[in-house]
Design a protein around this ligand. Structure first.
Ligand code: ZN
Length: 376
């Protein structure tokens, strides 16, 4: 495997150039044209590797791209990547890609365009050195991860199903560790209805929906328990409209997170059993956990051990830790596919202005990815 590292070391400039090229195409989730441009570039790269490429056309979002190599060779390894970013079109003009002190800065570079390069060059290195990969390798690029993968979830599940390993190529933790657990994310909408009345003449006849929902906000926020890893954050609240009418309508959206599937179920039950406080008020509740937690259970630790052994053999120390954000790892782990997350670049600042990757980490991460593809 030393050849792999050597090959990748020699390719670092080319890896950096490809990364800068991909970052140079803005691809905010809602910018279908931009995401599709990234998709066309990646399709070309996949075809250069000899992959069979299928495009899954979408209406509102970018088209999803699937590349398959060595079709039929053993139970596959599936690599899951997303092409979209959270950065709106125009960000590049304000914050152009720049290389500074061994770090490449740019919108989406860490989450997760560096991962595109890491995955493509892992396969390229295996081919160039003749080491190859015995298993079928599926490389799936999706277009809507940053908004919850509504259009790609089914494809992610069907592509990963039956795989020996699903490698979710999200960025590594800032110190390079893999992500062995993911919080689940639930969004719930709660609407309160009361009775409108004149705020002066008939105040006593009104049922104030804003007050009702405000009391629910206090209840919800108080359920947060950091020691248990569960959080409630009411991030949107609206109600009423004019000052002299007792409002009969208010609505909120609460973001909830959980570390365990059991806690996700508890949160869902708790929210759906909320009762109105004010006599005569009613509550309507909608929502669910879109992404269930990926737990760091015994199965996950066994995967970590296997990857650690593969890493050790090529001089790469692999460690792991939890991530508070959600990712597509939740979908594959929830359907029973052995899943690990965080194979992307070392860097920092996902979704932020200082987003960057450590350029030299491209070699190491790509080498680890290649070693897994050939040895797992
Ligand atoms: Zn991401």
């Amino acid at each position: 495997m030393e050849q792999i590292r050597q090959y990748l070391n020699n390719q670092l400039q080319e890896m950096t150039d490809l990364l800068a090229q991909i970052v140079g195409i803005e691809s905010n989730t809602v910018d279908k044209a931009g995401v599709d441009r990234v998709g066309r570039l990646l399709s070309l790269e996949l075809r250069r590797l000899g992959a069979t490429v299928t495009e899954f056309p979408q209406g509102a979002y970018g088209n999803h791209i699937l590349g398959v190599l060595n079709a039929g060779g053993g139970s596959p390894i599936t690599l899951i990547l997303h092409m979209d970013t959270v950065h709106p079109a125009g960000t590049l003009a304000r914050r152009p890609t720049r290389l500074d002190d061994g770090k490449l800065y740019g919108p989406g570079v860490y989450d997760m365009k560096a991962s595109h390069v890491i995955a493509l060059f892992a396969i390229r290195a295996l081919q160039a050195t003749g080491i190859g990969h015995s298993r079928e390798v599926r490389v799936l690029f999706t277009s809507d991860e940053e908004v919850g993968s509504l259009s790609s979830r089914h494809l992610i599940e069907e592509t990963a199903r039956g795989s020996t390993l699903a490698m979710v190529m999200e960025p590594a933790l800032p110190d390079g560790r893999l992500k062995s657990s993911r919080k689940g994310v639930g969004d719930f909408q709660i609407t309160a209805r009361g009775r409108a009345s004149h705020a002066g003449a008939e105040h006593q006849k009104g049922i104030n929906a804003v007050e009702e929902l405000a009391r629910q906000v206090i209840r919800l926020q108080a359920l947060t328990d950091y020691s248990r890893g569960i959080t409630f954050s009411v991030g949107d609240f609206k109600g009423g409209g004019v000052s002299n009418v007792v409002p009969d309508f208010a609505a909120l959206i609460v973001d909830t997170r959980a570390m365990t599937i059991e806690d996700a179920a508890w949160i869902t039950r708790t929210i759906y059993s909320l009762q109105p406080v004010l006599p005569g008020a009613t509550l309507e509740i909608q929502g669910e956990f879109n992404r269930l937690p990926m737990e760091c259970n015994a199965e996950r630790l066994a995967i970590v051990e296997r990857i650690q052994a593969i890493g050790n053999a090529i001089g790469i120390t692999v460690d792991h830790g939890p991530s508070g954000g959600g990712s597509d790892a939740s979908f594959t782990s929830a359907i029973g596919v052995p899943t690990m997350d965080g194979f992307g670049a070392v860097g920092d600042g996902a979704h932020a202005v200082h987003e960057h990757v450590v350029v030299s980490s491209l070699v190491e991460r790509s080498a680890l990815c290649a070693a897994i593809l050939s040895n797992y």
